[in-house]
Design a protein around this ligand. Structure first.
Ligand code: UT7
Length: 338
């Protein structure tokens, strides 16, 4: 980090999950599949899904409250809200604006959403880091919230088995002790293969112009191509980010990856030669919660004692998804953040 940059502290992390559980066995009521097929290919046994009026705003708001509580920073002390989501109930107002209102913030702080799918938390952290390092803002709330189950084609068994709903949030602030909690961070995108995962907005052209092609508004995924691409690029990419931080794999306590497919996580784990205890997974119970999966895994890991916070505990966070986007960060996890 350049000398004149202001260091960032991760102050609080929180999460929220809907109550409704859908198991693999439940899915057999929708199409021909089996618990065995889904579990062996993905590591998923069940997922949480939004029900009734629950949505990404509601989940994100609860996760934000949770993270703010842990951080000791009051909503009115925030300078910026960034929400990362690929399943907003409305394109506008942004989820971040809804959350600003739900938190009762009356100071007109900026609030905006970013669309980086399952890399959303890492993208959000990179944006927040820029604002903090440069001294533009001090206290920033990042909310990663997704409700993809509302936009799935529930007759598409290749895609709908994978996703669940949830939200995670992170509060970052200025590190008064001068120690930056982000040791390295990087984000990437390759728009040329964007067709691997996409969701069209539904709309129509002006009636006086030629009609546009019809779209279904569902999430479409070429799972095989996504899998091949990610398994190829992710392990060496993680090694690069570790090197960028000036560390070796063994210097880092935990890998807290995006929970998309257990076999993808295992490919990274093997490359880093990490024991199971170092790799935090909860895909079995929540499936792929998109942008939310990294902060949920982190906060729940701390809650369950599988992630032990310390003075200098370090973790690799990484995400990948539609765009295609991907990103990774090496972060310091101080005591009391969740
Ligand atoms: O965060 C977003 C990032 N997304 C990902 O990381 C997704 C990565 N990809 C994957 O996880 C895997 O591609 C899936 C788990 C989604 C699918 O596994 P796959 O091994 O790539 O399956 P496939 O789509 O190639 O299908 C293989 C076979 C097909 O049958 P045939 O054509 O070989 O007879 C499918 O019809 O399995 C069939 N199939 C199923 N069978 C039972 C597909 N879905 C199912 C199902 N149950 N749910």
């Amino acid at each position: 980090m350049a000398e004149n940059m202001i260091p960032l502290r991760i102050a609080g992390v929180g999460y929220s999950l809907p109550e409704t559980v859908v198991t693999n066995d439940d899915l057999t009521k929708l199409y021909e599949t089996s618990d065995e097929w889904i579990y062996t290919r993905t590591g998923i046994k069940e997922r949480r899904v939004c029900s009734g009026s629950e949505d990404a705003i509601e989940l994100g708001f609860k996760a934000a409250q949770n993270a703010l509580e842990k951080s000791g920073i009051k909503p009115e002390e925030l300078d910026l809200i960034i929400a990362a989501s690929s399943a907003p109930p409305q394109l506008y107002p942004a989820i971040a604006c809804h959350i600003q209102a739900r938190l009762g913030i009356e100071t007109d702080i900026p609030a905006f959403d970013i669309t980086a799918a399952c890399s959303g938390l890492i993208y959000g952290l990179q944006v927040a880091k820029g604002f903090i390092n440069s001294g533009i803002y001090k206290n920033i709330l990042i909310v990663a919230t997704d409700n993809n189950t509302r936009y799935l084609d529930w007759s598409d068994r290749g895609t709908s088995i994978l996703f669940g709903d949830g939200a995670g949030a992170m509060v970052v602030t200025v590190a008064e002790d001068g120690v930056d909690d982000v040791l390295a961070i990087d984000i990437k995108a390759k728009g040329a293969i964007g067709e691997y995962i996409y969701k069209d907005n539904v709309g129509q052209n002006c009636p006086l112009a030629e009609p546009c092609p019809e779209h279904d508004g569902f999430i479409h995924m070429n799972g095989k191509e996504v899998y091949k691409f990610v398994v190829k690029i992710l392990p060496p990419y993680i090694e690069e980010i570790i090197e960028q931080a000036g560390l070796k794999a063994e210097d880092i306590e935990y890998l807290i990856p995006h929970q998309a497919n257990l076999r993808i996580i295992q490919a990274v784990q093997e490359r880093l030669q990490y024991s199971d205890e170092k790799v935090i997974t909860n895909i079995k119970y929540y499936g792929n919660t998109s942008a939310a999966s990294v902060p949920i895994a982190l906060a729940e890991g701390v809650e369950k004692g599988t992630v032990k916070l310390g003075k200098d505990t370090k973790a690799i966070l990484c995400g990948f998804g539609a765009g295609m986007t991907w990103g990774a960060a090496i972060v310091r996890l101080r005591e009391g953040i969740c």
